[in-house]
Design a protein around this ligand. Sequence first.
Ligand code: NAD
Length: 385
Amino acid sequence: MRLAVLKEAAPGETRVALLPDAVKSLIAKGFEVAVESGAGLASGHGDEAYAQAGASLTSDRASLLASATILPLVNAPSAQDQRAIQPGAVALGFLRPLDDPAPLLPAIEAGVTLFAVELVPRITRAQAMDALSSMATVAGYKAVILAADHLPRLFPMLMTAAGTIAPARVFVIGAGVAGLQAIATARRLGAVVEAYDVRAAAGEQVRSLGAKFLDVDLGGIATEDKGGYARELSEEALERGRDLIAKTARTADVIVTTAQVPGRRAPLLIRRDAVENMRPGTIVVDLAAAAGGNCELTRPGETQLHHGVTLFAPLNLPVTVPGHASQLYSRNIANFLALLIKDGALHLDMDDEIIRGSCVAHQGKIVNPRVAEALEAHASAPASP
Ligand code: NAD
């Protein structure tokens, strides 16, 4: 079986799907691995490291695509690249099958089997394959570093001969994977941290990191689904959260927002007037920007200065930490591949919850009903002018 590692072509992409150590262990398991020259360079892994791991290096992308049985990817390849993949090959990566499925049609029509890491069910057995958690961990860390870099203040409390410096006050909204990492990072830098989440279970995790959990009386409504994720709340419940957020934000130096509800637009939690009541110099990092954002003013991918408040809305912070983002992702991919291989051959057991759940298309057909729905919605949407 021939596995090909491509140099990612998406603009701004710095990560690579497999690092040399994962390549080495796959070769030990009997794979042949070919790597596109320069694939790992931006993440700090030169061609030499892949060659030492036992991979062959080539600059011929077309032949790499045409000869691969398995293509671990970070992003979906271009339409032209997809058409060059052989039928029956397996491609896996962040394919955005629910947000933007149409660009996957060339590979689907070419009979490529597609797996989307976003669809891996978040069950205990799949934890080691959970690429969303890996990237959320990196993003949560980097959001705080970004804020610290732009804050006109220091983070830790300092007692100097020139006087005492008070610690920064950081407010984290949404204490899931990214939020908890943001809390831990801000605490390590010496900030005083407060956090809010609608899931009561998050309270204990927040407190265990040395931060204060802010409770809101939501009138006893169910805020969690059976999978442990937040539900979409009523407007009244959201408004109670917004009031607490606006009040807490007035005295914060940094606000990191991460609140999301799977499959929905991110909840709107910070209104324009709440931003206008923040102190000048406050930094807001909206990590939910890709899902529409938690702040009314958020413009995904842009940075704005509004009434002295800097609002960041990054769409892909993991690309700014490509070494470790690739390391975590590479492990996730290698663990997923282990599930697809039996006795040295591809074995796609569609009865396996993880394989079935993450498969987008197989043998020319879309096998995931949510993806089929998303494609239909896309097809019936009016064409943009
Ligand atoms: P997410 O990215 O969907 O949401 C981020 C956070 O926003 C969540 O904590 C959510 O409760 C919160 N949120 C949603 N609406 C909100 C609102 N109106 N106000 C305030 N906060 C709001 O979630 P995530 O980080 O991917 O994970 C959330 C949960 O799932 C966590 O408990 C996590 O530990 C768990 N999880 C489990 C597994 C697993 O078992 N394999 C893997 C990943 C995550």
